[in-house]
Design a binder for this molecule. Structure first.
Ligand code: SAM
Length: 475
């Protein structure tokens, strides 16, 4: 029944195919000849199938795992360089009619403070985010057709894009809202969104139905087929994700790659990003109630294998992960991280209100609680370039066009200068003295890496213009 090209969830994420894949992986986890052949294929940088990648995930041979990690690091360096794109989530509303058992927004939770931002409150939140230096947001909302209809989301996007405070601007709004209709996806596309993100939570249908006992999200097929509707609605940058901890990680890993293969097979373009959240403690939620939690080592292995299996797909790590875990997985292929995140509704403009209140509106506990300046400083000290770039979709480089850029090895002539120019803006407008000093030295050094002399010259000029007060240059 498995058919990557089918538009039916149960056929492109076939349970039978996943079970056979896991059995195949178990049978071959010590088959060094096969493992070597799979690693050799991954070295060609064309990716791996879910079956091949699952064999590597099952493999426990330390030497081979080390080889996979080294390859992941190399692919990350070659395709993404040392840039790390920065973003922040913005929680619009935690009203929700679903019953997701791992999420504190579930309808039966009566002690969470329900909040929905007004447009005036959105202005305050976004102003606070701009004052930190953020240029890219991911908006988040519970599913509630009465309180959070699509019109509310669209109006909020318009508000966010319209706010120009000092030198600040939000130049890319990604959207993480519940599965919806083709018509609504078209409206989101027309509103100028970047990526549409929807986590599958779990690919295991039976568990999915138990974990989402009530509400529209209960419908496994409607949820799983959402990305196809999004693509039909014209959104060609979509972000996949699994909430690790809910089900067996090996099952999820195979499902995730099958989903990516399905998008490629049907729409000719794979996912723009993959997120790897793990279940966290939250109001009314105890992560130990879910017995499929994964260790940090397994988490790192999953990140490395995603990197070598889908080399052209960005990978996102949120502040659910601590500084230490982030340090461990950054070199293995992560391309985007959030910084200074608040998961409460209204938490940026008024963080004190949340602390003082007896009830919380937070979605989950944040592990990495540092300020954006601290995160930027930390990244640069490790040799990364924090990038506030939003150029791709604004230049029409969506869908497979980013991959073309990668394949033509034009990253150093495009993403790299964009990262340096947006970092320069950050340093001028928002950085602390120390961060600014480290950043200026980094930019000087990194400018030399631009291969095309004309691009290098233009970047030099723009960096100078930014110091003079001009903003928003991009290739
Ligand atoms: N309501 C929307 C939906 O159903 O997809 C999307 C937004 S929700 C705010 C974002 C994601 O947070 C969910 O898809 C889920 O994976 C994650 N999440 C929920 N509860 C969590 C928890 N306790 N710990 C970590 N992540 C959680």
């Amino acid at each position: 029944m498995y058919n990557a090209k089918s538009l039916k969830a149960e056929e492109f994420i076939s349970d039978e195919e996943i079970r056979e894949t896991l059995a195949y992986a178990d049978a071959n986890k010590d088959n060094l000849e096969l493992i070597d052949a799979i690693i050799a294929k991954a070295k060609e940088r064309k990716g791996l199938t879910h079956r091949e990648a699952s064999v590597l995930l099952a493999c426990e041979n330390e030497e081979k795992i080390k080889e996979c990690y080294e390859l992941a690091e190399q692919i990350k360096k070659d395709f993404y360089g040392n840039r790390i794109v920065m973003f922040a989530p913005l929680y619009l509303s935690n009203y929700c009619v679903n019953g997701c058992v791992y999420c504190p927004y579930h309808m039966k939770n009566k002690h969470i403070a329900r909040k929905k931002l007004t447009q005036e409150e959105i202005v305050k939140e976004v102003t606070a985010l701009q004052d930190m230096g953020h240029k890219r947001l991911a908006i988040e909302a519970g599913e509630d057709p009465v309180n959070n209809p699509i019109e509310y989301i669209l109006e909020s996007i318009q508000t966010i894009y319209s706010i120009k405070h000092k030198n600040g601007a939000i130049r890319r709004v990604n959207v993480n809202i519940a599965a919806t209709t083709v018509e609504n996806y078209r409206k989101l596309k027309d509103a100028g969104i970047g990526t549409y993100i929807l986590f599958q939570e779990t690919y295991h249908k039976e568990s999915y139905e138990k974990l989402h006992p009530t509400g529209p999200k209960h419908d496994y097929a409607y949820h799983t087929e959402a990305m196809d509707r999004a693509m039909e609605g014209g959104i060609d940058d979509v972000g996949l994700g699994v909430l690790f901890g809910l089900e067996m990680y090996r099952y999820e890993f195979a499902g995730l790659l099958m989903h990516a293969e399905h998008l490629e097979a049907v729409h000719g373009v794979g996912p723009h990003t993959i997120s790897v959240p793990r279940v966290k403690k939250a109001d009314d939620i105890d992560p130990s109630a879910f017995d499929n939690g994964i260790s940090d080592d397994t988490f790192a292995k999953i990140c490395a294998l995603i990197r070598i299996s889908v080399p052209y797909t960005g990978m996102i790590i949120s502040t659910r992960e601590s500084q230490a875990v982030r340090e461990k997985v950054l070199p293995l292929g992560v391309s985007q991280i959030s910084g200074a995140s608040k998961t409460s509704v209204g938490g940026y403009a008024d963080p004190e209100a949340e602390k003082e209140s007896e009830t919380t509106s937070e979605q989950f506990d944040v592990s990495d609680q540092r300020t954006l300046d601290e995160v930027v400083n930390w990244l640069m000290k490790m040799g990364y370039i924090p990038s506030f770039c939003t150029a791709c979709y604004r230049e029409g480089r969506t869908g497979d066009r980013f991959m073309t850029l990668c394949k033509n090895m034009q990253i150093l002539n495009c993403c790299h200068p964009n990262a340096l120019m947006t970092l320069k803006e950050y340093l001028e407008d928002y950085a602390s003295e120390e961060t600014r000093k480290i950043g200026m030295e980094l930019i000087e050094k990194e400018l030399e890496k631009i291969p095309n002399p004309k691009v290098k010259q233009t970047t030099y000029e723009h960096i100078h213009d930014i110091a003079e007060g001009k903003r928003d240059f991009r290739f």
